[in-house]
Design a protein around this ligand. Structure first.
Ligand code: GDG
Length: 467
């Protein structure tokens, strides 16, 4: 392995966050820190869609955020619909979450995906310096390094996949999946959320491209070398602790305590997405009320389901299913002064999230499949160490590999999940404290800053490979 001093950091992602704004979230803050210390640049889509704009074209905007340069590009309507709403969110998102049944591989989608990746590369390449280190994020931009290499870029390029990487038979079902292999091998380092994802990567490149394993996550195929390892993402624990002491959070906390003080609160916070297992969670909660009647007139599930990708049909179907289930459960079990499910289909202010986490005895984080799941970590970080709540966590979230002291469930097994929720509600305080202490230590040690440092250190030290 040869080691090389890192130059300026260039981050590329579909959306660009302003690291100075608290609402941007932990990832933007962590990347902002890394960017600021090297006077770096963040490049991505501006969020603006130009009706009637020419496909494969877009205006560039430059803005300074302290020491960081933000460069964004507009997208034409056609590019947005095919690259973003189409291939990214209706083909790759479902397929990578093991839902080939929901994937739409329309030919026009892939053409748009390639076109926008090429557009990003064409606009970015002239802005690059020879010693830049480039860090590309997520499934929208998998082919970006390959496009940059085609334009002669020799810089170190790393990629981090925020969502799961499914096993080889699922990847091989993606029509024309050979682009995926070529894309991976255009990077120097590929970061995945969980060890299981890294195992899938290893099997995929060996089975589908006959890659040779070089050890330590290294592989050689197609005349190139790449290193692929797991870098489980964390949260910004301190940022959350600061949020928790804000006036808004304290006010919300006393309001929740007043209203629900004599009840047992359970909380779920998710984007309204089919990967998050929300219908299964509602059914498990119904089973809890049916099988353990002592929870009636008491256990209350507050479910925030923030709207997302509303123009995609699968999301509309899901919304209707959830509304139906919440209505049914409230109708069957509700009393004049108690509703079992508070289902809120809206974005809850980030400043008020800590209050919700702190007031809840149990968090239900039960995705059918998730790259990591930050809500699980946020919940643990916000608990009172003397009287902490219990995390019920799906074994299919990437977070389950690290958070073994949570109560792990199979979200498809509704009766077993209900039984585990009951166990969480009845867990003695000593056991809650013991489990929480281990979880909290893990989250503090492996926060989002540690994650970005580990990835960038490896990116600057993996052996240079022939181009
Ligand atoms: C992807 C991967 C991976 C949610 N609702 C509201 C709200 N949130 C915040 C949560 C949390 C974030 O959004 C969601 O993060 P997750 O990790 O749970 O899931 P995805 O959005 O699917 O993220 C995932 C992640 O990337 C990072 O790599 O962990 O596996 O799918 O921070 O608190 N925030 C506010 N209002 C809401 O209503 N303010």
């Amino acid at each position: 392995m040869t080691s090389k001093k890192a130059g300026r950091l260039v981050v590329v992602s579909n959306r660009v966050g302003d690291p100075r704004k608290a609402a941007a979230g932990g990832l933007a803050v962590a990347l902002g820190d890394a960017l600021a210390s090297s006077g770096g640049m963040w490049f991505g889509w501006s969020g603006k869609v130009v009706e009637g704009g020419a496909p494969g074209e877009g205006e560039l905007h430059r803005q300074r955020a302290g020491a960081v340069q933000l460069v964004t590009i507009d997208l034409s309507q056609a590019d947005h619909d095919t690259y973003y709403a189409g291939y990214s969110n209706q083909a790759l998102w479902p397929a990578f979450h093991y839902r080939l049944d929901l994937a739409d591989f329309a030919a026009g989608f892939f053409a748009g995906y390639q076109r926008v990746n090429r557009l990003f590369a064409r606009k970015l390449a002239p802005l690059l310096r020879p010693d830049d280190v480039i860090w590309v994020h997520d499934y929208h931009l998998i082919p970006l390094a390959d496009e940059l290499r085609a334009l002669g870029c020799k810089q170190r390029i790393g990629f981090f996949l925020h969502i799961p990487l499914p096993p080889p038979p699922i990847l091989a079902a993606i029509p024309g999946h050979q682009w995926l292999m070529r894309s991976f091998f255009a990077y120097d380092l590929v970061g995945l959320q969980a060890k299981s994802d890294a195992d899938h990567f290893a099997r995929f490149v060996q089975e589908e491209a006959g890659a040779t394993a070089l050890g330590d996550g290294g592989f050689e195929a197609l005349g190139r070398q790449v290193v692929a390892r797991a870098y489980p993402i964390g949260i910004d624990v301190e940022e959350f602790q600061r949020l928790a002491s804000s006036t808004e959070s304290r006010q919300t906390e006393s309001l929740l305590k007043k209203q629900y003080g004599h009840r047992r609160l359970l909380v779920g916070v998710d984007r309204l997405d089919y990967s998050k297992g929300l219908p299964q969670r509602f059914r498990a909660f119904r089973e809890l009320l049916a099988n353990y009647p002592e929870n009636r007139d008491s256990a209350t599930l507050i479910q925030i389901a923030s709207p997302t990708r509303e123009n995609v049909a699968a999301y509309d179907t899901l919304r209707h299913e959830l509304e139906g289930l919440a209505g049914e459960i409230n109708g069957d079990y509700g009393e004049l002064d108690w509703l079992p499910i508070r289902y809120l289909h809206r974005v809850w202010a980030r400043r008020r999230l800590p209050a919700l986490y702190r007031c809840s005895h149990v968090a239900l984080v039960t995705p059918l499949r998730d790259g990591m799941n930050l809500v699980a970590k946020e919940y643990v970080a916000m608990q009172d160490e003397a009287d902490p709540g219990v995390l019920v966590l799906s074994r299919f979230a990437g977070a389950a590999e690290q958070m073994r002291e949570a109560l792990l469930v199979n979200p498809y097994d509704i009766p077993a999940t209900a039984q585990t929720i009951q166990r969480a509600l009845r867990m003695p305080v000593e056991e809650r404290r013991e489990r929480h202490a281990v979880l909290l230590k893990q989250i503090q040690e492996h926060d989002v800053h540690d994650w970005s440092r580990r990835f960038l250190d490896d990116l600057s030290s993996v052996a240079s490979r022939p181009l």
